[in-house]
Design a protein around this ligand. Structure first.
Ligand code: GDP
Length: 313
């Protein structure tokens, strides 16, 4: 990408989109195009088509999506499927119609079958049944990958896809019913510490394992792929290391400085037992993550403390 290239970052207010904007600005790209969801409803085909015709971005990072943790995915099944299908279909089709030079679509590690062998290799896509709690989201993300492949095959569009593992960092969602585990635990332990509570409730059994990547590392990986990767096969982005939810809970507890106990709420779902990414593909291309979980967690808690009022409003 040339430094003055026009780059549309879809979803720039989210954790991933805002990390992408920080990364692009740091690399000297200042011709960024962004729209809030009230300025542009990405589910509206006409509005997206008009926006692309008017702005004619040369590059697109597709980081806009309806996202959430295990409970939100399981409850708002219709919106997770409908909104995500519309967002990606509208953007990818408009990118084709307006000759976007390159587009990067962001998916998720939940596209893989629930019981796929670990670590998850890219070729395991569609080799088994999906995890039930996030099947609608996963189906939408798989459709996004297939849209990129189809427009590439039929029309020669340079549309690539990247599948990040579980993410954390600034601008995360701390709303307890909708959030992912890591921000939920930061908030729960923080509030319990302030209230002097003796126990914090944690969901499930604690035995599922998850891999966590800092959003700034993800943004660096996306930038790397945009600059260096032009193939059809999507690419996993992660650290290649995972921890159990129990280990994560202990780590967050220590980081926040909560001194009470954990209580496991077995009425909440565990979800997929494990989803560790095989990251050999991106590492062989020349990219590796930088942030270790312990350090990233400290930074994220500091960011939470600074922005608490805004994050919890
Ligand atoms: P997932 O990776 O799609 O399953 O999404 P989550 O990040 O929401 O959940 C990961 C795991 O953490 C699941 O096994 C949850 O049951 C567990 N977990 C434990 N406590 C919490 C919590 O307070 N919030 C969330 N979202 N998950 C929790």
């Amino acid at each position: 990408m040339e430094k003055n290239a026009s780059i549309y970052v879809a979803g720039h207010r989210g954790m991933v989109g805002s990390a992408l904007v920080r990364k692009l600005r740091a690399e000297g790209f200042n011709n960024l195009i962004v729209r809030t969801s009230s300025e542009l409803d990405l589910r509206n085909q006409r509005a997206v088509a008009d926006f692309f015709e008017e702005e004619r971005p040369e590059y697109v990072f597709l980081a806009a999506a309806k996202v959430g943790g295990i409970l939100a995915n399981n409850i708002y099944r219709a919106e997770f499927l409908y909104d995500n299908l519309l967002i990606e279909a509208n953007i990818i089709h408009s990118a084709y119609q307006n000759s976007v030079r390159k587009l990067l679509f962001l998916g998720s590690s939940c596209i893989y079958p629930k019981l796929a062998p670990q670590p998850l290799k890219e070729e395991y896509l569609l080799s088994g049944y999906l995890e039930a709690t996030n099947e609608p989201y996963a189906i939408a993300k798989i459709a996004g990958i297939k849209l990129c492949e189809a427009y590439r095959n039929q029309y020669g569009c340079n549309f690539i896809s990247a599948m990040p593992t579980n993410l954390y960092g600034p601008n995360d969602n701390y709303e307890l019913q909708g959030s992912h585990v890591l921000p939920a635990l930061i908030r729960k332990f923080h509030e319990a510490k302030l209230n002097g509570d003796a126990v914090v409730e944690v969901w499930g059994t604690g035995s599922p394992k998850r891999e966590f990547l800092h959003a700034d590392d993800l943004a660096a990986a996306c930038f790397f792929l945009m600059e260096n990767y032009d193939d059809e096969l999507f690419v996993n982005i992660g650290t290649g290391e995972d921890v159990s939810i129990r280990e994560l809970a202990e780590l967050v507890k220590e980081t926040v400085g909560f001194e009470g106990d954990l209580q496991w709420d077995l009425s909440k779902p565990d979800g997929t037992p494990r989803k560790l990414m095989d990251v050999s593909r991106i590492q062989n291309l020349g990219w590796k993550h930088e942030t270790q979980l312990k350090d990233g967690l400290k930074r994220t808690y500091q960011d939470f403390l600074v922005n608490e009022v805004q994050l919890l409003s």
